[in-house]
Write a protein that binds this ligand. Structure first.
Ligand code: ACM
Ligand code: ZN
Length: 312
């Protein structure tokens, strides 16, 4: 609904990160989270709506691109090619999360395609859709990653998915192992850094308070044995920007919790110590505040409830 990066700005960001040993992985979420696409290209969707409005808050929409429209595939082929030119990473995160299939179920073209391919349901169609997206990426030497949605059957062995849904990590570890998938741990009750970190901070009516200590307690293996968790590749922290009004506020939410998630990623449970970690955070505090030119007073002014509309 607002804001964009130019190709040059993105290249500058990628170069800045590369100098610091950071690989930037772009995400193009398919087939859902696509309201802006639906407003720009209504013809890509099962039931084109030329009055689509892009919402200014987070949430789950019903718009999924229609896999039966050839222009959709032409569009993504062009997008992935352009990404390749900007991001040297071999990985493209394809999202795949929060994609309710109601409209695929009703769409005459989708129905016909499912019948023709003897697909039992829309989940089989999702599996086929991901496979086609993966082939498109492969033409540029790119491979996909996905948000894990609980049905391991829609992904393909060898692929990497992120466990993100609250309180589903344990079962996700087991199901992804059985399906031959790699897993990155991003369980939101530990790893979502746009959530409030202190009791009383604004939470949009639904976010759990996620204290520094809670983040530090993340065990990426959730107590399971090395045999059960050899497919876990690492940890991931998320900071969803629609909940954060500006860069200062983003830093306020991300630090110091990002340090806790990083330590969860690189230190086995038997060497973890909350007291030791607290000492390290205290040492880093001044550095972080200064390095990011981070203004605690301004952060208070920006404490939600803000709305994007009111900022203009
Ligand atoms: C997600 O938070 N929808 C991955
Ligand atoms: Zn359709």
């Amino acid at each position: 609904h607002e804001g964009m990066y130019t190709r040059e700005e993105l290249k500058e960001l990628v170069a800045y990160c590369a100098e610091r040993g950071i690989e930037v992985i772009p995400e193009i979420d398919v087939p859902g989270h696509n309201e802006a696409l639906a407003a720009a290209y209504p013809e890509f969707f099962c039931f084109p709506d030329h009055n689509t409005k892009v919402s200014t808050t987070g949430g789950v929409g019903l718009y999924l691109v229609c896999p039966q429209k050839p222009e959709v595939w032409k569009f993504y082929a062009a997008v992935f090619k352009e990404l390749k030119d900007i991001f040297p990473s071999k990985i493209v995160h394809l999202g795949g999360d929060e994609a309710p299939t109601e409209l695929w179920e009703k769409c005459p073209l989708c129905r016909q395609a499912r019948a023709k391919a003897s697909m039992r349901d829309e989940q089989e169609q999702m599996r086929d859709f991901f496979a086609r997206m993966t082939s498109l990426l492969a033409k540029n030497g790119q491979t996909p990653q996905f948000w894990y949605e609980g049905n391991a059957g829609i992904y393909h062995p060898g692929e990497t998915v992120y466990a993100w849904r609250q309180d589903q990590a344990r079962q996700s570890i087991d199901k992804t192992k059985k399906a031959g998938l790699n897993l990155i741990m991003a369980s939101n009750e530990y790893c979502y850094l746009d959530f409030p970190q202190i009791q009383g901070q604004y939470n949009w009516g639904w976010m759990q308070t996620t204290t520094l200590r809670k983040c530090y307690e993340l065990d990426p293996a959730f107590g399971k044995s090395p045999q059960e968790t050899g497919h876990i590749r690492g940890v991931h922290a998320a900071a969803w920007a629609e909940h954060l009004p500006d860069l200062n506020h983003l830093l306020y939410r991300v630090y110091p919790r990002a340090m806790a998630i990083a330590e969860a990623g690189w230190s086995p449970m038997n060497v973890r110590s909350w007291d030791n970690f607290r000492r390290k955070v205290a040492d880093h505090r001044a550095f972080v505040l200064k390095r990011f030119n981070y203004d605690l007073e301004r952060t208070k002014e920006n404490e939600p409830p803000f709305r994007w509309e009111n900022k203009k």
